[in-house]
Design a protein around this ligand. Sequence first.
Ligand code: AMP
Ligand code: ZN
Length: 112
Amino acid sequence: MDCVFCKIAKGEIPSKKAYEDDSVLAFYDLDPKAPVHILIIPKRHIESVMEITPENSGIVAHLFEVAAKLARENNLTEGFRLVANTGKDGGQTVPHLHLHLLGGRSMKWPPG
Ligand code: AMP
Ligand code: ZN
């Protein structure tokens, strides 16, 4: 499958890794939108939030556990933002489920 994040998960495209285990990979965004900007993905291809089912939703809890660990490791003690852009209106550009961990500056609300 021609999916850039599947290729990153397999090591076919290089990335700067922040965390890895059997089912999850976290790596630094190429075009950071905050001082800390890490993408957290399941290694297995899931297209978006809309493809989460009772059978595969365990990975979602794991993505959040990794987000909390990375937030601690990056000293984001004042807080951070987790984002899962979904579909066209959500601004999703890579059709492989990912959480953006954004921190190190104050975030605006509502987002643009
Ligand atoms: P989204 O727009 O929510 O789908 O987020 C996709 C993110 O992936 C963007 O923030 C891109 O900067 C980032 N991105 C795309 N290709 C790569 C890559 N090869 N390595 C790291 N980050 C990437
Ligand atoms: Zn994929």
